[in-house]
Ligand binder design. Structure first.
Ligand SMILES: Cc1ncc(COP(=O)(O)O)c(C=O)c1O
Length: 375
């Protein structure tokens, strides 16, 4: 779309890309649709072939203990998070959330009966979380440590060594669960694969993972995700889903089987398609005065620090909202970092067509022409 006909507001705020669904997946769904007779209804925990394909893919990623019965297929990743949180949270329990983190976690935790306690991390050290910092933040009320890896919104990938450091702490707390949201795990621009939490020793059976198909596997709008948990927890989740809903339709599940089997190729092609817009946005952000170059090894977001552009007379959360409103008035929608626990930062998606990104970045530059404070 040429800049002249660009919409009044271009969104860099959506969490979903504009990728076409993978052909292998749509073909698998089409085959099911074209078969004669009514659609079969799957068991609530998911089609055996999907649970088996997922278990196999985790085994290949080093999670040798994952078996099909640990996997429960859900109507999206949010549903998987909710099922797990509801299964493990008791009245008064807290979920420790290193921040910045995905804005959706706050309400999920509250609706599942818990309370979020944020553990603020700093952009200055690229959001490092030292084991001793984690230990100091744990209280008798902490039931779950929840993190996203890669992190939404920062794009930070936590390495094997970092996660091993955290687990050396969490293993001292027998009632504590560790939950990793790995939905962006396929979209990484570094040669190292993103380590899955399930590939670490879990002698107390306390590690849980959620993932889905709407990010790294381009099945946007197909409403399918899953959880992987120790057997008793997976069974509680499946029983809860059975009582309150129904199985994910088999069309989506067969599409997911195909996407799982072709996951590396699908993610590789997404990464390739994202390179030009990633490079374009990175170049543009480097030109903004008083904005440190954001580091992001993964996802399709940058999370620049725009604190120099906050109105100094406002308190941080109000100032952050005012900044986002100012950018909206110049024609670009962004996610307010305050909703992720980091006022003054914004989340920008580059999973948009270049023809939209160009005018969006122009508007961003116009909206950020004058910093309020010296660096
Ligand atoms: C970290 C994270 N987890 C979960 C979700 C929800 O994913 P789904 O669309 O599969 O429900 C999102 C969506 O933005 C996300 O960013």
């Amino acid at each position: 779309m040429p800049a002249a006909s660009a919409p009044a507001v271009i969104s860099l705020a959506s969490g979903y890309g504009s990728f076409a669904p993978p052909l292998v997946a749509t073909a698998a769904a089409t085959r099911v649709l074209q078969a004669a007779g009514p659609l079969p209804v799957a068991a609530v925990a998911g089609l055996p072939e999907l649970r088996a394909a997922l278990a196999e893919s985790y085994q290949q990623a080093g999670a040798s203990g994952v078996q099909p019965e640990h996997v429960v297929v859900t109507g999206g990743t949010k549903a998987a998070l909710f099922a797990l949180l509801q299964a493990v949270l008791r009245p008064g329990d807290e979920v420790l959330l290193p921040t910045p983190n995905w804005f959706g976690f706050w309400e999920l935790v509250v609706r599942a009966g818990g309370t979020v306690r944020a553990l603020p991390l700093s952009a200055a050290d690229n959001y490092a979380l030292a084991p001793e910092t984690l230990r100091a933040a744990l209280t008798p009320h902490t039931r779950v440590v929840l993190f996203s890896n890669p992190n939404n919104p920062t794009g930070r990938v936590y390495s094997r060594a970092e996660i091993a450091g955290w687990l050396s702490v969490t293993q001292d707390f027998p009632d504590l669960f560790v939950l990793s949201d790995e939905i962006y795990n396929g979209i990484t621009f570094s040669p190292e694969p993103v380590p899955t939490l399930l590939s670490f020793p879990d002698p107390r059976q306390r590690h849980m993972v959620v993932n889905g198909y709407s990010k790294s596997l381009a099945l946007i709008g197909w409403g399918i995700g899953y959880l992987v948990a120790p057997l008793p927890i997976a069974q509680i989740c499946a029983a809860g889903l059975h009582a309150t809903g129904s199985a994910v339709p088999v069309l989506q599940q067969h599409a997911a089987v195909a996407a799982t089997r072709h996951a590396s190729a699908i993610a590789r092609s997404l990464i390739e398609s994202l390179q030009p817009t990633r490079h374009r946005m990175q170049t543009e952000l480097a030109l903004l005065p008083q904005v440190p170059a954001p580091q992001a090894a993964a996802t399709y977001y940058f999370f620049p620090d725009l604190r120099a552009y906050l109105r100094p007379e406002l308190e941080p959360v109000a100032a952050s909202a005012e900044l986002v409103a100012r950018l909206h008035a110049t024609g670009v929608a962004v996610v307010d970092g305050a909703t992720c626990g980091a006022p003054g930062f914004v989340r920008l998606s580059y999973a948009v067509p270049m023809a939209q990104l160009e005018p969006a970045l122009e508007r961003l530059r116009a909206g950020l022409s004058t910093p309020f404070s010296a660096a």
